[in-house]
Ligand binder design. Structure first.
Ligand code: 0PR
Length: 392
């Protein structure tokens, strides 16, 4: 109910605190399945002092416009593109929608547009297709849940407007063979969009710490656009996403003229109108402050704890990993009973679980806030629960 008379500030805060007591808190080292984390302190500070700034009105907020451009350039540098054309977004969903919109706009002649996607793409790609009237052609994945380039090539038709692939899948953190898919895209002159919403702030550092080199970014000639989310492993406050295009033509394809606005605000590249500048400014500050060194250190820590989980799962007779972890995401399968039974028992113990359907797994995302203590408690409960279910 919306009361006629307001209530005192302290009472409002008390009521709110009581309601929010139901939320999971990241400072507790949990949750263990989220792709969000506690924003870097500097980012939180910057966001808090820039609350009124609107990145939809860049004519008014000219400094913000400059900062946004620099964020795109820094992410471009991270993803091996000297001159990126892009925009910040509210996250991976908006970025994927924009990638599909760009592909559809540059292929206006095609009446029944199709986008080819391995079936492991994030649900936001289905949402994009739904919004844009595009048909998704889903292709199979291999035993390691990676896209199969040959299967993609086989379903290319004159209606294909783009191929999508993922670098850091939502369920398992797998990286599709972007170099091979890129070749196919180049040969057939079809745009290839890489969803690196999660992977962009992890994969570049893996090579530097000896955990594998993956050609996934603009180094691969056939890649035309990439989604990269600062609000995941970039440690930025929500909502901070980005999409980068190799060509100006594709950015132009998603640019909308807003007639009544002036100057820089008269064209918009994101789906939203009014949108917070805070996360963009925070991303800039965090990237400047941490540098590659800082992010590399975070990736090292997260991967160490990922290996800790891997080793413990390998000792559990009832559970196994779906794939050897590539990033700081693990998918845990149940060897004997359906995974749902394990999940139910874990939830009774207070864990908020995330399950993935392909394959049926429990998802663990070792984000920076996920402490070894939290993982240990989780793994102890998992050992316990899986043993008791077996004995029933
Ligand atoms: N692409 C990939 C590969 C993703 O994993 C996600 C998000 C997106 C795109 C969409 O990004 P936005 O959510 O920023 O639009 N994947 C997470 C997931 O589905 C989203 C999430 C985050 C869910 C935190 C729960 C949660 O607690 O798991």
């Amino acid at each position: 109910m919306f009361e006629e008379n307001g209530i005192p500030r302290e009472d409002v805060l008390k009521k709110l605190d009581a309601l929010l007591a139901q939320d999971a808190t990241y400072v507790s080292g949990h949750p263990i399945a989220s792709m969000s984390t506690i924003p870097h302190e500097l980012g939180a500070h910057v966001f808090a002092k820039t609350l009124e700034k609107n990145a939809g009105r860049l004519h008014t907020f000219r400094g913000t416009a400059e900062v946004e451009q620099e964020v795109i350039e820094m992410i471009g540098d991270l993803l091996n593109l000297k001159k990126p054309y892009g925009t910040t977004t509210s996250g991976g969903t908006e970025s994927n929608i924009l990638a599909m919109l760009a592909a559809r706009e540059i292929n206006k002649k095609i009446d029944a547009p199709e986008v080819i996607v391995p079936k492991t793409v994030h649900a936001s790609v289905d949402k994009a297709a739904w919004l844009l009237g595009v048909k998704l052609i889903k292709t199979r994945v291999d035993k390691e849940f990676k896209a199969v380039p040959k299967a993609i090539e086989k379903v290319i038709t004159e209606n294909t407007i783009a191929i999508f692939a993922t670098a850091g899948t939502t369920y398992l953190g797998q990286i599709d063979p972007i170099d091979k898919i890129g070749k196919i895209a180049e040969e057939h002159k079809i745009p290839l969009h890489v969803d690196a919403a999660f992977g962009a702030f992890v994969i570049p550092f893996l090579g530097e710490i000896g955990l594998g080199k993956y050609p996934f970014d603009f180094m691969v000639e056939g890649v035309s656009s990439i989604s990269a989310d600062p609000h995941k492993m970039g440690l930025a406050p929500i909502p901070a996403g980005s999409i980068l295009f190799r060509s100006k033509k594709m950015l132009r394809a998603i640019t909308r003229k807003i007639d009544y606005l002036r100057g820089a605000a008269s064209t918009q590249t994101s789906i939203l109108g009014t949108r917070p500048a805070g996360p963009i400014l925070a991303t800039w500050a965090i990237m400047k402050h941490l540098g590659r060194f800082g992010y590399r250190k975070i990736v090292v820590e997260c991967m160490k704890r990922t290996m800790f989980v891997k080793n413990r799962i390998e000792q559990n007779r009832y559970m196994k990993l779906a794939i050897n972890p590539v990033l700081n995401i693990l998918g845990i399968e149940s060897k004997i009973v359906p995974i749902e039974q394990v999940v139910e028992k874990m939830e009774l113990r207070g864990w908020r679980m995330a399950t993935s359907p392909l394959p049926p797994t429990i998802r663990v995302v070792v984000m920076p806030h996920v402490t070894e203590g939290a993982l240990n408690a989780f793994l102890n409960d998992l050992d316990d629960v899986s043993t008791t279910i077996e004995n029933v």
